[in-house]
Design a protein around this ligand. Structure first.
Ligand code: FES
Length: 519
């Protein structure tokens, strides 16, 4: 897969951390080395707690390192929805928690002297579609009702040249008049990987430990705490924080029944034209998100969006092309330097789950479901979880309460677990499917059927075949081929696997079963 600008610009400065291959004890075990895990570890270690961070890959290498890195409480058009769905008190908590998160991040960067290209910026949500204008006006009213300074604007600083050029159907056209917008003042942007490194340095200074390449397989409740079981080690801890983007433990908690995942795309382009200030996002779906980023003496333009449900059976090949089209409309000389995509967990009511993992497991905490707004949400989560662990009251925790919803999504998915076991036994007996894979072309992946059983097959550019059992190791849903990244993606809860079957996105942690064919 392609690599984000953030990870590419950090790679030479990145420090490495050891793999955990023994049994250790700690007060708090934090599973997941993204911004939530690292910020929680940072706050807890400052408060004198003993913490261990367990990352299955490299820190800040997944969702946190593949974001637009906007630090903002402006989460699209969200506050009118919140007012209608949870009421004024909780909508206000959400807004205040995210506004506070911006200040908290700025404070950490200043106090710890972290060089991460932090810049204060205004954020704008805007529309060019007449049908969206009323929604923007309602959002302004909702924000005013929450006591937040907001006004309806008909112009934004983004230099959009209106053109009458005919755009093909299904192509995004950014060269149109802006019809309405809302500005949030004093928001911010930064490089999340450089920030993550700064946090990690501070955690280590307090003699707490970060482990990389240390995959957690399970968490078991014990009489005196919890046992976190890794591929090659074990951690005994009194308190566990699940901050692995998607909780890797199914039960209790059942988060897979109250969340889904979306994939979205980003490109970073260079242009000779001078770039601008501000962060922008369209209100309509699929969204287009724009910001600029420091790149040495110059700035790059970041264009993001084109989200879709992960694992959807659609042709993904033009996801980046649409973004390139937008960049070219704005700057005809633009040249793509980086491109990447990311996954976001979305809760059924669109509010993150932050707090107790389950009423049945005391002292286990979770943070997930940030939609696409992980920069402020990670700090909101770290603040709430730190307060809970230290026994302090957090004024904004109620709206995020993680046990608020009973599992209400698709109970049928549980049935897949049962099918998975019996199916696997039969599947291993299949032999000689050479005939069936002849029609898989080079650089193509597809599911073929042999004796009524399905096999996921990918043929690379050299003609080599990779075959896997195309059922997700999380709860057994059938996988879809992703023809952009050459991965197997799960439409149920968004796990992803490489064409070789390696699990790369949770909630699945087990790799796919592989099949080998004589060449
Ligand atoms: Fe849950 Fe695939 S991610 S079944």
């Amino acid at each position: 897969m392609d690599q984000s600008y953030w990870i590419s610009s950090w790679i030479e400065k990145k420090k490495n951390y050891p793999k955990l291959q023994k049994e250790i004890q700690t007060e708090v075990a934090i599973i997941g080395g993204g911004l939530t895990g690292l910020t929680t570890a940072y706050y807890l270690s400052k408060a004198g707690k003993q913490v261990v961070v367990l990352e299955k890959d490299k820190i800040c290498n997944h969702t946190s390192g593949n974001t637009t890195a906007k630090i903002t409480s402006q989460h699209g058009l969200f506050y009118n929805y919140l007012l209608q769905s949870v009421g004024r008190k909780e909508a206000k908590q959400y807004l205040e928690a995210n506004e506070q998160a911006i200040k908290n991040i700025a404070k950490i960067i200043e106090e710890e002297n972290i060089a991460c290209d932090f810049e204060w910026q205004d954020a704008y949500v805007f529309t060019q579609k007449p049908a969206e204008v009323e929604k923007i006006k309602k959002e302004v009213e909702a924000l005013k009702y929450l006591g937040f300074h907001a006004e309806f604007m008909e112009q934004i600083p983004l230099p959009i040249q209106e053109k009458t050029k005919q755009i093909k159907e299904n192509e995004i056209n950014i060269q149109k008049k802006v019809l309405g917008a809302i500005r949030f003042e004093k928001q911010a942007q930064f490089n999340p990987c450089l920030y993550a490194q700064g946090l990690a340095d501070k955690i280590q200074e307090k003699e707490n430990q970060i482990y990389e390449n240390s995959k957690v397989l399970d968490v078991k409740k014990q009489e005196d705490g919890y046992e976190v079981i890794l591929e090659e080690g074990k951690v005994k801890a009194k308190i566990v924080v699940l901050s692995s983007h998607y909780p890797i433990i199914n039960a209790p908690g059942f988060y897979f029944m109250k969340m889904y995942q979306e994939t979205s795309y980003l490109i970073a382009v260079e242009t000779k034209e001078p770039l601008w200030e501000g962060m922008y996002i369209t209100s309509e779906q699929p969204t287009i998100s724009l910001r600029t980023v420091k790149n040495g003496e110059k700035r790059l333009l970041l264009v993001g969006g084109m989200e879709h449900k992960t694992g959807a059976k659609i042709d993904l090949k033009n996801s980046y092309q649409q973004l390139e089209q937008v960049a070219k409309q704005l700057y005809p000389d633009s040249k793509v330097l980086y491109r990447w995509n990311t996954e976001d967990c979305i809760s059924l009511d669109k509010i993150p789950y932050i707090g107790e993992f389950s009423n049945l497991w005391p002292n286990v905490y979770v943070a997930t479901g940030y939609k696409k707004w992980g920069m402020t949400s990670s700090n909101v989560a770290a603040t709430i979880l730190t307060d809970k662990i230290l026994g302090r009251k957090n004024l904004n925790e109620e709206v995020f309460q993680s046990t608020r919803l009973k599992p209400i999504k698709n109970y049928k998915e549980l049935g897949n677990m049962v099918k998975e076991v019996s199916y696997s036994v039969l599947f291993n007996k299949l032999e000689n499917i050479q005939e069936k894979i002849k029609d898989v072309k080079q650089k193509e992946g597809k599911i073929i059927e042999v004796e009524g059983k399905k096999v996921g097959v990918y043929r690379n550019e050299k003609g080599e075949i990779y075959a896997v059992k195309p059922y997700c190791t999380h709860l057994g849903c059938e996988l879809s081929w992703n023809n952009l990244d050459n991965t197997w993606d799960c439409p149920c809860h968004g796990s992803r696997f490489t064409y070789e079957g390696k699990a790369i996105y949770a909630p699945a942690i087990k790799d796919l079963e592989k099949f080998y064919f004589p060449s």
